[in-house]
Design a protein around this ligand. Structure first.
Ligand code: P1T
Length: 393
C-alpha cells in the first residue's frame, strides 16, 4: 500500500461533484498549514533510527504529493483507492500485469491505438491471450469469455469512433466469469461517467487528458474500491516502477480541482460543434454520443451525464480530411485531447497509425476520419474557425 497516512479532509461522500473536486482527500500540510500540498521533490526519506521510519521510505513507493492526487481522483470516481502512474498506458499495463501467462483478456477492439499496440505487440508475447470484440454488442463479450478470462477491458466512449458499451451489462458478464471489469474512462471523465457506480472494478484514465486538462503532463491514474485489488496493484507499481513525478502529480491535482467547470464547457462546446458539423454539407457523418442520430444515444443518456468534447467526422477522403485539418487556425493539428485548447487530427495517420490498416478499415477509422478535441474557447470563435477551414475542403 502506498498510503497509511490519509489525513482527515473536509469532504464527505455525500458532497456534490464540484465540492469533491476541490476538497476530496485534501487537508492542510501539517508543518505549516499550507493549503496546497507541497511538491515533495525527494527520492528518499531519512529514518530516525534503524528499523523505524516515518511511514515514508522511498519515493517509488510513497510520495505525499502523489497521494494527495490519488485521494482526489478516488473521490471524483466514487472509489476508495486512487493509484497514479507515469502514463495512461503504464496504468493499463499494471492492470494486465495482475495476470499470468496463459490468462485471457477480452478487450474492446476500438481502443486508443497505443493500447491495442501494447496488447498485441508486447503483452501477448508474454503469454497473455487477447480476444478483441465489438463491445457495443454484449453478446460478443459473453461469447468471448473463457474459463481462463481474468479481465474485460473496455473503452467507452471509444477512441476515436465514439462507440459505447453498456457498463452495467459488461460488469455482470465479467463477474459471471472470474474476470475483473476495467473501463478506460478517459474520454468521458468522472464528471460525465462513473464506471465504479455501474459495477466496474477499475476506472482507468490517461490523466494526460481531461483530468489534468492543460496539456502539460503525461500521466495515468485509476480508481477502485476493493482493498485486496488495490494492494495487488500497488505491489505491481512498486515492483515495476512506472510512477509519476511529484511535480506532475501537483499539476494534475491543480487540474482536477476545476474538472467540473472545464467539463461543463467541454460538454457545451462539444455538442455545439457536433451539431454544426452534422448539418454541414461538406461533412458526411458526425459521431458524437450526444447527437440523437448516434445509434447508442439512448444508452449515452442513461449512462453518461454529459458527452464531453470529443467529436469525430467522416470527410469522405484523405484529401478532404487533410484540407480540413490543415485549414483551421484555432484548432491545432496535434495528437492528444482533453486540454483547454482545441485540437484536430486524423486518427488513421496519427493516434491509430499503429493499428493494422485492415483492422482500421473494419472499425471505420478511415483516412477521411477527422477527430476533434473541442476545448473551452468561445464556441462562436470555434464555429467560425471550422466554417473557414471547411470552405477550403
Ligand atoms: O498517452 P498516455 O497517457 O499513455 O495515455 C494513453 C491513452 C489511454 N487511453 C486512452 C483512451 C487514450 O486516448 C490514451 C492516449 N491517447 C492519445 C494520445 C490520443 O491522442 O488519442
Amino acid at each position: 500500500m502506498s498510503s497509511n497516512h490519509d489525513p482527515p479532509s473536509k469532504e464527505s461522500p455525500s458532497h456534490r461533484f464540484g465540492t469533491l473536486a476541490v476538497h476530496a482527500g485534501q487537508s492542510p500540510e501539517p508543518t505549516t498549514g499550507a493549503i496546497m500540498p507541497p511538491v515533495f521533490q525527494t527520492s528518499t526519506y531519512v529514518q530516525p533510527e534503524l528499523g523505524r521510519h516515518t511511514g515514508y521510505e522511498y519515493a517509488r513507493v510513497q510520495n505525499p504529493t502523489r497521494e494527495a492526487l490519488e485521494r482526489n481522483v478516488a473521490g471524483l470516481e466514487g472509489g476508495k483507492h486512487g493509484i497514479a502512474f507515469a502514463s495512461g498506458l503504464a496504468a493499463i499495463e499494471a492492470i494486465v500485469k495482475l495476470l499470468s501467462a496463459g490468462d485471457h483478456v477480452v478487450s474492446e477492439e476500438n481502443t486508443y491505438g497505443g493500447t491495442h499496440r501494447m496488447f498485441t505487440k508486447v503483452l501477448s508475447r508474454l503469454g497473455i491471450n487477447f480476444t478483441f470484440v465489438d463491445s457495443r454488442d454484449s453478446d460478443q463479450i459473453r461469447d468471448a469469455m473463457r474459463p481462463e478470462t481474468r479481465l474485460v477491458h473496455l473503452e467507452t466512449p471509444t477512441n476515436p469512433m465514439m462507440r459505447l458499451c453498456d457498463i452495467q451489462e459488461a460488469a455482470s458478464i465479467a463477474h459471471e466469469g472470474d474476470a475483473l471489469l476495467c473501463v478506460d474512462n478517459t474520454f468521458a471523465s468522472p464528471y460525465n461517467q462513473r464506471p465504479l457506480d455501474l459495477g466496474a472494478d477499475l476506472s482507468v484514465h490517461s490523466s494526460t487528458k481531461y483530468l489534468n486538462g492543460h496539456s502539460d503532463i503525461i500521466g495515468g491514474v485509476m480508481a477502485l474500491n476493493d482493498d485486496d485489488l488495490s494492494e495487488r496493484i500497488h505491489f505491481v507499481r512498486k515492483s515495476s516502477g512506472a510512477v509519476p513525478g511529484p511535480m506532475d502529480c501537483w499539476l494534475c491535482l491543480r487540474g482536477t480541482k476545476t474538472l467540473h467547470l472545464r467539463m461543463e464547457a467541454h460538454n457545451r462546446n462539444g455538442e455545439r460543434v457536433a451539431r454544426f458539423l452534422q448539418k454541414h454539407p461538406k461533412v458526411e457523418e458526425a459521431h458524437y454520443p450526444g447527437l440523437e442520430s448516434h445509434p447508442q444515444h439512448e444508452l449515452a443518456a442513461r449512462q453518461m451525464k454529459g458527452y464531453s468534447g470529443m467529436v469525430a467526422v467522416e470527410m469522405g477522403s484523405k484529401e478532404r480530411a487533410k484540407a480540413f485539418v490543415e485549414g483551421t487556425r484555432l484548432f491545432s493539428l496535434a495528437e492528444s485531447l482533453g486540454g483547454v485548447e482545441s485540437l484536430i487530427g486524423i486518427p488513421a495517420i496519427m493516434t491509430h497509425a499503429s493499428v493494422p490498416p485492415d483492422r482500421r478499415a473494419a472499425l471505420g477509422v478511415t483516412d477521411g476520419l477527422v477527430r476533434l478535441s473541442v476545448g473551452i474557447e468561445d464556441p462562436d470563435d470555434l464555429l467560425e474557425d471550422l466554417e473557414g477551414a471547411l470552405e477550403s475542403v
